[in-house]
Design a protein around this ligand. Structure first.
Ligand SMILES: Cc1cc2nc3c(=O)[nH]c(=O)nc-3n(C[C@H](O)[C@H](O)[C@H](O)COP(=O)(O)O)c2cc1C
Length: 355
């Protein structure tokens, strides 16, 4: 198998495994520990609820981002086309998966660009791994010219840089040099032609790291917390080595929103969110946007029309949750702080994160 085939094969395996239950964390996201406080006397009608939001200076019709997942394989091109069309239909943001493969093999670029072909007016996020920003053996660190290529490839409005140290260490062909990431990120922020968003991929972001990322110039943080798709599980499944002790390593998604909020940049809450009632919870905790990964992938598998309906249902559910909590817009959810219970409440208390 040559290099291109190996990349295609890895991307195909990721997609295939992500659709199975084996990809899902056995540890809770914490959303069940977050209870919205309902209002018995909501004053608004559904038509009055304004879900509009903002991401890196762009208006969205709902506070939703289809997070970066794929590219680099013919199936990925189809999926990206559907995800782009869904984002355009609902006026929400959409990302592509790591574009490293297309930097190495330019013929793979159209499998990423198909998102932009269909998401013509909404924000599109480019994607690269933070570990690509530092030299690994023979491979040099990503320079300004390649950063510009990533952005041009999808005419991106922002770059999402993913932290996935757990995944790389568990992946047989993964990167082994994991630092120093922060100066590399700060350097990227300086040369990037668009804002840089830092995201995790299923292990969450802690407050101390979040603070340093904000100081380095991150325009937003996507918590990518434990409780949904686990790349540690996907990689160990691929390697056929059993789940191992790091399968659910990290910070549960709800706790990671508490870790990252209040630092002056928008927080995107991702990790195990598949319906609009759950999506309302991180917004009540202080997140600005909600990220959906696997739920969007599952929807995309059913084709464009079905996927548009599925994501439309999620947005309608979110609208209903805002109304039933007595609000007119998502930011009103924060005026009635949710009740925290269980592991999330214990996490917040012991980490000193309660407001
Ligand atoms: C098939 C698949 C591929 C992914 N590839 C990437 C990637 O290339 N870059 C990235 O930043 N995140 C990647 N992710 C992680 C997602 O952006 C997200 O953080 C994760 O799926 C958690 O969200 P979920 O629980 O809603 O699925 C991928 C996720 C899936 C399901």
């Amino acid at each position: 198998m040559d290099r291109v085939d190996r990349i295609r094969e890895r991307k195909r395996e990721h997609l295939e495994l992500a659709l199975t239950e084996a990809s899902q964390s056995r540890r809770a996201s914490g959303w069940d520990d977050v209870a919205l406080v309902p209002s018995a006397l909501p004053e608004r009608s559904l038509g009055d609820i304004d879900l509009s939001a903002e991401l890196v200076g762009h208006r969205l019709r709902a506070p939703l981002l289809i997070v970066g997942m794929t590219g680099g394989h013919p199936d990925a091109r189809m999926i990206n086309k559907v995800l782009g069309a869904v984002a355009e239909a609902h006026g929400i943001a959409v990302g592509v998966g790591s574009q490293r493969a297309a930097l190495e093999v330019p013929e793979l670029a159209p499998t990423f660009a198909s998102v932009r072909d269909h998401a013509r007016t909404v924000p599109v996020l480019a994607n690269i791994g933070a570990l690509q920003l530092i030299a690994q053996g023979e491979r040099p660190a990503l320079g300004a010219e390649k950063v510009a290529r990533l952005v041009d490839m999808v005419r991106a409005d922002a770059i999402a840089v993913h932290l996935n140290v757990v995944q790389e260490l568990l992946q047989p062909e993964g990167d082994r040099v994991t630092g120093p990431l922060l100066p590399a990120l700060a350097a990227l922020v300086r040369v990037a032609p668009v804002p840089v968003i830092v995201k995790e991929t299923g292990a969450g972001i802690d407050r101390e790291s979040a603070r340093r990322l904000v100081d380095a110039g991150a325009a937003a943080l996507d918590v990518g917390g434990v409780g949904g798709t686990s790349f540690a599980r996907i990689e160990t499944e691929r390697a056929g080595v059993g789940e191992g002790p790091f399968a659910d390593w990290g910070i549960p998604a709800a706790a990671s929103v508490l870790e990252c909020r209040g630092l002056g940049v928008p927080v995107i809450a991702t990790g195990g969110i598949a319906d609009g009632a759950t999506a309302a919870k991180p917004l009540a905790l202080g997140a600005s946007l909600v990220g959906i990964g696997r739920a969007a992938l599952l929807a995309a598998n059913d084709g464009v029309e079905a996927a548009i309906l599925t994501v439309g249902r999620l947005i309608d559910e979110l609208r209903t949750a805002v109304l039933l909590s007595g609000g007119a817009r998502p930011s009103d959810l924060m005026a009635r702080p949710p009740v925290l219970t269980g592991a999330t409440e214990a996490w917040a208390r012991q980490r000193g994160l309660l407001a």
